[in-house]
Unconditional design. Sequence first.
Length: 88
Amino acid sequence: MTQDADNPILKSLHQIEGKLDLAVKDFADLKARVAEIGAPSTQAEILLAGTNSRLDLVDERLARIADKLDLIRRDLAAQTGAPLEACK
């Protein structure tokens, strides 16, 4: 038993084991902190994606409105005989 306590290799292994345990705890702490940092950006990305899809819907609606206005302008030009550019 005293031989094991005096063995420099065993002392070194115990020191390495202690340092490794500390490194594992530090690494777990770092992982938790990185996860906390990443969460807000993920939420922001989700909100941005939702906003983009709503903007796409607005674009589609505006395109339909523009098409309807163009049809109305063409009908008005046909009824009045005025050039299409004059029916704004």
